[in-house]
Design a protein around this ligand. Structure first.
Ligand SMILES: [Zn+2]
Length: 196
């Protein structure tokens, strides 16, 4: 139980803080009359109103994309050093679901949560179409480039081209300068270094 003496100290502390709190509150109310701040608050409110609809549409859009993709599965290693199936077309991958199943959902971004909840309803992939382990970003970039040059070939041929391109990247030594321009051509960041 709090003694009367302690209660007096607590009350004094509260009164000090309360005074400061109210002063700040008054200042905030004052600022809200400022046209720029008014505009800021108005925009925030509009943004907050759009946010749930935007999220819901994003979820529907992604689910639709995943359902209609006709996945082409490759294997990559995620940043935790675990092998992962990754669709080189749409980027769908199992990291998000793995983390969710381990109770680490809090560490996922909204996009990753959408992915995890989609995958939860699907049967697990246990066979890759491309059997060479390759970084996810690189695999997606290679797929995109091949499709750009050959929009009409079937997936089997894409896989063949993919494997040839990856073999060349891995077996032909090039200077750092060439690696940078290759990364740029593929739309990767210029210091991309997960070629192997
Ligand atoms: Zn896909």
């Amino acid at each position: 139980m709090v003694s009367k003496k302690d209660l007096k100290y607590i009350r004094d502390d509260f009164n000090d803080i309360d005074k400061e709190y109210r002063k700040i509150e008054q200042e905030i109310w004052g600022l809200e009359e400022n046209p720029i701040v008014k505009k800021y608050l108005g925009l925030q409110a509009k943004k907050n109103k759009l946010a749930p609809k935007r999220k819901e549409l994003y979820r529907l859009m992604k689910n639709g994309e995943y359902e209609n993709c006709g996945h082409l599965w490759g294997i990559s290693m995620d940043e935790y050093g675990e092998y992962d199936y990754v669709c080189v077309k749409c980027g769908l991958n199992y990291k998000s679901l793995r983390l969710t199943n381990r109770g680490k959902e809090d560490s996922l971004s909204f996009d990753e949560r959408v992915m995890a909840s989609f995958l939860k309803e699907q049967s697990f992939v246990n066979d890759a179409d491309i059997n060479t382990v390759c970084d996810r970003e690189l695999a997606m970039a290679l797929y995109k480039k091949i499709r750009e040059y050959h929009p009409d070939i079937d997936d089997k041929t894409v896989i063949k081209y993919f494997e040839i391109a990856l073999d060349d990247i891995r077996n032909i030594e090039v200077s750092d300068e060439r690696k940078k321009s290759r990364a740029k051509r593929l739309g990767l960041s210029k210091d991309f270094n997960r070629w192997k």
